[in-house]
Ligand binder design. Structure first.
Ligand SMILES: O=C(O)C(=O)[C@H](O)COP(=O)(O)O
Ligand SMILES: N[C@@H](CCC(=O)O)C(=O)O
Length: 432
């Protein structure tokens, strides 16, 4: 049986966790802080649990420089849960804001009786004619998110702003030119996935077209499941950022949402379920309600405090390793990715990098092994040799095949260098 030190695991998620964090967590699982009870046994209603939640929130805010007008939520349901949560929450907010506008136009001030029929009629008209949710489809995950929106609210309300496959011979691998994007007028949100884990595509930077327009918009929602904590992000440009913990933050089981407070009460109320029902719009499960989770400091229902603890330990370790916080980690992430891409580029007859150079992910490096023409056989060989060199978890996602090296934060530079070396040796041996 190999030891942890002998293996570098490049799996896409769940991903490698730092060994020092696991050792601390293992101890906490048995007897947390000399309480005689393990962390998975302590109540999520205890003071100790609240402390762990608050510290993890503060450290995340510190590491990413999250401004004060944002709230951090720990939720459950993973990325797929958030595909639905973002729709439920953002559509509700759109309805509430529209309702306030209609009431204002009708001259209804707070306290006065609302002409219910008139309001519902006008709102229904607005929903039918104007409710749109915008999706940038740049890979499998944003495609799934857009499909979930279609399932929940109907295709008539879902606008695909751009679909990468149209700009790239039917395949994901490129981000369409911003000049070709077809954004809706005042959509409930513009959704995109900053890093597509399956397809190895990452936005090189925040899209110019989506920058704040000074008018409280546009509402930008981003899935950052696989590149969060690996580079600086302009948090101010986003309304919601979400990510599963199991790549760069911690263990599977918690999903983090960073949400601008102007999308939560008291800034905006949640419309009554009766109103949403009348409008034929879906009412989300209470556990996916941002308002509910925020009101309860993430402890509305049983939260895995053990997973929050692991996330907290990862953040502590990042903060102590990098005095310049995420910028320090970003420099390493870029160096590791460069090392691997350069090794692949040196042997174009042996390897084909899947995405276009303009959109290559630093986190999920996807390539094919083309040497000799029999790609299947070459990839099997490549994987076999990798395992015998202690390099594991390199198989591409089952939907696309190929090889994928997930280069998350816990892969250290020597791990990336070991992979680059193996890439080189494999190509040389085959060429010999
Ligand atoms: O983005 C990815 O990569 C992911 O693995 C998804 O966030 C996973 O979604 P869930 O399986 O947690 O729904
Ligand atoms: N996070 C992994 C696994 C997800 C899955 O297999 O559903 C990926 O994107 O490859």
């Amino acid at each position: 049986m190999p030891s942890r030190e002998e293996i570098t695991y490049f799996g896409a998620g769940p991903a490698l966790l730092p060994t020092n964090v696991l050792n601390t967590a293992a101890q906490a699982l048995v007897n947390y802080d000399n309480t005689g009870l393990g962390l998975a046994e302590h109540s999520h209603r205890s003071e100790l649990a609240t402390g762990i939640v608050n510290t993890a929130k503060a450290d995340l805010a510190k590491y990413l420089d999250v401004p004060d007008d944002y709230e951090i939520l720990f939720m459950q349901g993973g990325g797929s849960g958030e595909f639905s949560a973002t729709v439920y929450n953002m559509v509700s907010i759109w309805v509430e804001r529209r309702k306030q506008r209609i009431l204002k136009e009708l001259g209804i001030e707070g306290g006065k009786e609302i002409p219910e029929d008139e309001l519902v009629m006008q709102l229904q008209k607005a929903v039918d004619e104007e409710l749109r949710i915008d999706y940038l489809v740049t890979g499998s995950w944003s495609l799934k998110a857009s499909q979930e929106a279609t399932r929940l609210v109907g295709a008539e309300h879902v606008n695909v702003v751009a679909d990468s496959r149209k700009a790239n011979d039917g395949k994901f691998g490129k981000i369409p030119e911003e000049s070709t994007w077809k954004l809706s007028k005042n959509p409930a949100m513009v959704y995109y996935c900053d890093n597509e884990t399956v397809d190895g595509v990452e936005f090189p930077e925040f899209p110019k077209t989506l920058e704040p327009n000074g008018d409280d918009g546009p509402i930008i929602v981003a899935d950052m499941s696989s590149n969060i904590l690996s580079r600086r992000i302009p948090v101010k440009n986003f309304s919601v950022i979400f990510f599963g913990a199991q790549k760069n933050l911690g263990s599977t089981g918690i999903t983090v949402v960073i949400i601008r407070k102007n999308l939560l009460p008291p800034a905006v109320a949640t419309p009554a379920p009766t109103l949403l029902r009348k409008l034929g719009l879906p009412i989300g499960p209470i556990v996916l309600s941002y308002e509910t989770i925020a009101k309860n400091n993430s402890l509305y229902n049983t939260l895995s405090i053990f997973d929050v603890y692991i996330a907290g330990q990862v953040l502590k370790s990042l903060l102590s390793t990098f005095p310049d916080k995420v910028d320090g980690q970003q420099a390493i992430a870029e160096k590791k990715a460069k090392t691997i891409y350069e090794a692949l580029e040196a042997y174009p007859e042996s390897y084909k990098i899947v995405p276009d150079k303009s959109a290559r992910s630093r986190m999920n490096i996807c390539f094919r092994v083309t040497h000799g023409g029999d790609v299947d056989a070459a990839e099997k060989n490549f994987l076999k040799g990798a395992v015998s060199n202690g390099l594991t978890g390199l198989k591409g996602h089952r939907s696309v095949g190929g090889i994928r090296a997930s280069n998350y934060n816990s892969i250290q530079l020597p791990g990336a260098e070991a992979l680059a070396k193996y890439i080189t040796v494999f190509a040389k041996e085959k060429a010999a």
